[in-house]
Design a protein. Structure first.
Length: 287
C-alpha cells in the first residue's frame, strides 16, 4: 500500500505530535473566546447600566452587602455624610495608563448603613515617594452623592501598604480597620456629589466598550491547529511520492522486466538518428 509507512512508529509519532499541537491550539482558541465573551458581557453591562438614571439606595442596598455581577455600573443615589477620619488611599491604580492612587472614604447614610465611596483618582506625587502630593477633602456635612456599583476586589496576598493606604479595594480588609459595621459586598464609584467641592480627585475613565482582538486571535489559533494536520498530510503525501518513485527506479533495474530494455533501445535509436542528421548537415556545408 502506498501509505503503509503511516503505520510505522516514526509516523505514528508525527501524528501524535500533530494532534498535541492541534489540541494546544484549540485550547488557546477557547481561552481567547472565553476572554472575548467576558469582554462582550462587560460591554453589555456598561451599555445597560452606566448611563441609567440613578436609583435610590434603598432599592439596591442588598447589592452593597452581596455583590451581583449583573448590577455592576448601576447608578445609585446616596444621601448622608462622609467619615473623612477613616479615609484611605489605594496604591498602584492606573487611570488612562497613568500611575496613581484612588481615594476611598466611608459614607454614612441617613438610614444608618455605611458604604465605601471611591471619590476618584490622584496622580503620583513629587514631594514624598509613595504618596500623592495632596488628597482633596470631601464636602463636609450632608451630601448627596451619585455612584456606580462595583464589587469588592480580592485580597492581594503578601501585599502590604503604609499606614493610611490599602493595597487593593478589598472591602473586608478595609472593614477590619474600622470600629463600625461596613457593607463589604460592593462600593460606589463616584459619578457626582452635591455640593461639589472646589477641588476633587479626577474621575476615573469610563470603561472601554470595544471587544478588542480576542475573536481574531481565537480564529488564528484555530487555523494553526488545522494547519498542524494539513502539514502532516502534506508531508505524508510527499513521502508517498518519494516511495513510489523509488519503487519505479527499482523496477527499471529488474533484469526480468523487458520494459527498461525497450526504453534503452528507443533512446539509442533517437541518439543515432540525431548523429546521422548532424553528419549530413556538415557534409552539405562542405565541412
Amino acid at each position: 500500500m502506498t501509505y503503509r509507512f503511516l503505520l510505522t512508529r516514526r509516523w505514528l509519532g508525527f501524528l501524535i505530535l500533530a494532534a498535541v499541537v492541534a489540541a494546544a491550539c484549540a485550547g488557546l482558541s477557547k481561552w481567547q473566546m472565553d476572554r472575548r465573551n467576558q469582554a462582550v458581557t462587560e460591554i453589555r453591562r456598561v451599555q445597560q447600566n452606566y448611563e441609567k438614571s440613578p436609583v435610590p439606595f434603598e432599592q439596591v442596598k442588598q447589592y452593597f452587602s452581596v455583590a451581583d455581577p449583573d448590577m455592576k455600573w448601576t447608578t445609585v443615589s446616596l444621601a448622608g455624610h462622609y467619615l473623612v477620619q477613616d479615609q484611605r488611599i489605594v496604591r498602584n491604580r492606573p487611570n488612562n495608563s497613568a500611575p496613581g492612587y484612588e481615594v476611598l472614604v466611608p459614607f454614612r447614610l441617613r438610614s444608618g448603613e455605611t458604604v465605601v465611596v471611591n471619590r476618584g483618582w490622584l496622580p503620583i506625587g513629587n514631594v514624598k515617594p509613595g504618596y500623592p502630593d495632596a488628597v482633596p477633602s470631601p464636602p463636609a456635612g450632608n451630601v448627596e452623592v451619585v455612584v456606580r456599583i462595583k464589587a469588592s476586589e480580592q485580597t492581594l496576598d503578601g501585599r502590604t501598604a503604609p499606614e493610611g493606604q490599602l493595597p487593593s479595594i478589598a472591602l473586608p480588609d478595609y472593614a477590619r480597620q474600622l470600629e463600625y459595621p461596613l457593607l463589604t459586598g460592593s462600593y460606589g464609584l463616584m459619578a457626582s456629589e452635591s455640593p461639589a467641592p472646589d477641588v476633587a480627585p479626577e474621575q476615573l475613565a469610563m470603561p472601554a466598550v470595544q471587544e478588542g482582538s480576542n475573536l481574531s486571535y481565537a480564529m488564528q489559533w484555530l487555523t494553526f491547529g488545522i494547519l498542524a494536520f494539513v502539514g502532516f498530510g502534506y508531508t505524508a503525501r510527499q513521502q508517498a511520492r518519494i516511495a513510489r518513485e523509488e519503487r519505479e527506479d527499482q523496477a527499471q533495474g529488474d533484469p526480468q522486466d523487458p520494459a527498461p530494455k525497450i526504453r534503452l533501445e528507443e533512446k539509442a535509436r533517437k541518439r543515432n538518428t540525431s548523429d546521422d542528421e548532424e553528419d549530413a548537415l556538415l557534409d552539405r556545408m562542405g565541412l
